[in-house]
Design a protein around this ligand. Structure first.
Ligand SMILES: *Cc1c(COP(=O)(O)O)cnc(C)c1O
Length: 447
C-alpha cells in the first residue's frame, strides 16, 4: 500500500506546525468527509469538533452545498470582477444585506480572512485621507487580538506565538489593554460587571484617538487568544468611544459570524453596528476560500467621484467574487434561512455546556469553563486558586491532543485551552462522545 503520510512529508510544509513534530505524529491522510466526521485512507473515523479550523459550518460534504457547487462549476467557474459581475455574487449581497447589522450595505470581496482585514484597514485609512483627516494613519486593536497572518493583519494581532518574532517588520499599532475576564484585574465577573476595564480603552483613545483611523475588534470572542469571552457591553461602549473620536469600528467577525455565538453575528448581542465588518470562515460553509468586508453607504460615498479625483479604492484580488465560492455562500444561506439550524444549535448549546461543566469543572486543573453558542473552552491551569498556568514547555494541551486523536476526536487545543467549536449541526451523541474522550485524555495526562 502506498505510504501517503511519508510522501506528504517529502513535499509539504504544513501550516502552523513545527515539522519535526511530524516525525512522531504523522499527518492523518483524510480521504472523505461526511457531516461531523472525517475518514482517513485506512478507514479511521475522526470527529471534527473544531470544524476544521472553525470554518466548516454545516458538516462536511453537505449534500445541498455540494450540489450547488457542482451546478455552478458546470456554468461559470470564474470571471474578472472589475466591470463584470454574476448572479451568485449579486444574490449573495442582496441576501446578506437583509440580515447584517443595520447600515452595512456595500460589499468588497477578497479570498481569505487576513486579506479582508487588510482591505478594511486600507479603506478606513483612505476614507479619512479623503475626508480631511490625513493625520489618521494608525490602527488600534485589543491586547491578545488575532486578525490573521499576513503582515498587516499580523501587525494588528497580539498573540505572541504568531507575532513576537516578526515585530521588527510589523506596523506600529496602538494597543488597547482589553478585557481579561478569567483573570480580571478588577476582581469582577463577566456576567455582572460594568466593563470597568473599559477605562483602559478610554485612556488610550484620549491619547491616540486623533491619529487613529480604525479600531479592530473580535466581537465577544477572542478565538486564537484561547477562546477568551467578554460581555457585549464592551462593544456598546466601544461604539460610543469610536464615534466620539471619529475612529472607525472594524468588526472582525471571521470567527464569530454565522451563528457561532448563538446569533447570526456577534455584534447583534450588543445591538450596535460596526462601520466595517469582515466575514470569512463560515461564509462558504468551509467549502471555498472567500471573504468579504461590508461597509456603510457613508464610507462608500467618500470614494465615489470622478475618476481623475483619484478617490477610487484601487484594491484587487484575482479571485475577487469567485462564482464557485459565491454559490457555496448562497447555499449556506439557503440552509440557514428558515432559522431552524440556528435554533437547534442554540438548544444544543445549553446541553453541550451543561455536560462539559458537569464533567470538567471539578477537576483540579480546570481553571474555567466558558462558552458562547456551541463554542466551549476549558482553560487548564497548574493551580486553580492562583490561576497560575502550566509551564508552556510541558505542552500539556498538545499531549491531550495527541491522545484524543488516537481515539478519533480532533481537539487541537490553543496552548492549554481545550475547546470545542463544532459544526452547528452536531448531534448530542457526538457531543457526549467528544466530551468523554476529551475528559479521559485530560485525566490521562494530568491525573
Ligand atoms: C481565521 C481568522 C482570521 C484570518 O483568516 P484567514 O482566512 O485564516 O486569513 C482573522 N480573524 C479571525 C478572528 C480569525 O479567526
Amino acid at each position: 500500500m502506498e505510504n501517503w503520510a511519508e510522501k506528504d512529508l517529502k513535499y509539504i510544509w504544513h501550516p502552523c506546525s513545527q515539522m519535526k513534530d511530524y516525525e512522531e505524529l504523522k499527518p492523518s491522510v483524510i480521504e472523505r468527509g461526511e457531516g461531523v466526521y472525517l475518514y482517513d485512507v485506512e478507514g479511521k473515523k475522526y470527529l471534527d469538533v473544531i470544524s476544521s479550523w472553525w470554518c466548516n459550518l454545516l458538516g462536511h460534504c453537505n449534500p445541498h452545498i455540494s450540489e450547488e457547487l457542482k451546478k455552478q462549476a458546470g456554468e461559470l467557474e470564474h470571471v474578472i470582477f472589475a466591470n463584470f459581475t454574476h448572479k451568485q455574487a449579486i444574490r449573495l449581497c442582496e441576501r446578506l444585506s437583509k440580515i447584517l447589522p443595520e447600515g452595512l450595505c456595500k460589499f468588497n470581496f477578497t479570498d481569505n480572512g487576513s486579506s479582508a482585514i487588510e482591505a478594511a484597514m486600507k479603506v478606513s485609512f483612505q476614507y479619512h485621507e479623503q475626508t480631511g483627516n490625513p493625520q489618521k494613519t494608525r490602527f488600534m486593536a485589543l491586547s491578545e487580538a488575532y486578525h490573521g497572518e499576513t503582515i498587516g493583519a499580523l501587525s494588528v494581532g497580539d498573540c505572541d506565538l504568531y507575532t513576537k518574532l516578526y515585530k521588527p517588520i510589523l506596523m506600529d499599532i496602538v494597543r488597547v489593554q482589553g478585557p481579561d475576564c478569567y483573570r480580571c484585574p478588577y476582581g469582577k465577573n463577566r456576567e455582572t460587571c460594568k466593563c470597568e476595564c473599559f477605562e483602559k480603552a478610554e485612556e488610550t483613545f484620549a491619547k491616540y484617538g486623533s491619529e487613529t483611523a480604525a479600531m479592530l475588534v473580535e466581537p465577544l470572542l477572542q478565538g486564537s487568544a484561547g477562546m477568551k469571552i467578554y460581555p457585549p457591553l464592551y462593544l456598546k461602549k466601544l461604539r460610543e468611544l469610536c464615534d466620539k473620536y471619529n475612529v472607525h469600528l472594524i468588526a472582525d467577525e471571521i470567527a464569530t459570524g454565522y451563528g457561532r455565538t448563538g446569533k447570526m453575528f456577534a455584534f447583534e448581542h450588543a445591538g450596535v453596528s460596526p462601520d466595517i465588518m469582515c466575514l470569512s470562515k463560515g461564509l462558504t460553509g468551509g467549502y471555498m476560500p472567500m471573504a468579504v468586508f461590508v461597509t456603510t453607504q457613508k464610507i462608500y460615498d467618500a470614494f465615489y467621484d470622478d475618476y481623475n479625483t483619484g478617490k477610487a479604492f484601487m484594491h484587487s484580488h484575482t479571485y475577487s467574487g469567485n462564482p464557485l465560492a459565491c454559490s457555496c455562500a448562497n447555499a449556506v444561506l439557503d440552509l440557514l434561512e428558515d432559522g431552524k439550524i440556528l435554533e437547534r444549535a442554540r438548544e444544543n448549546a445549553v446541553y453541550f455546556n451543561k455536560i462539559i461543566k458537569e464533567k470538567f469543572l471539578l477537576h483540579k486543573n480546570v481553571g474555567e469553563v466558558r462558552h458562547i453558542g456551541l463554542i466551549n473552552a476549558i482553560e487548564l491551569v497548574k493551580n486553580k486558586e492562583t490561576k497560575e498556568p502550566f509551564d508552556g514547555k510541558l505542552r500539556t494541551g498538545y499531549q491531550i491532543y495527541k491522545k484524543a486523536l488516537k481515539r478519533g476526536v480532533i481537539l487541537r487545543p490553543l496552548g492549554d485551552v481545550i475547546y470545542f467549536n463544532p459544526p452547528l449541526i452536531i448531534e448530542r451523541k457526538d457531543m457526549d462522545y467528544a466530551v468523554e474522550v476529551a475528559f479521559d485524555c485530560m485525566t490521562e495526562v494530568l491525573g
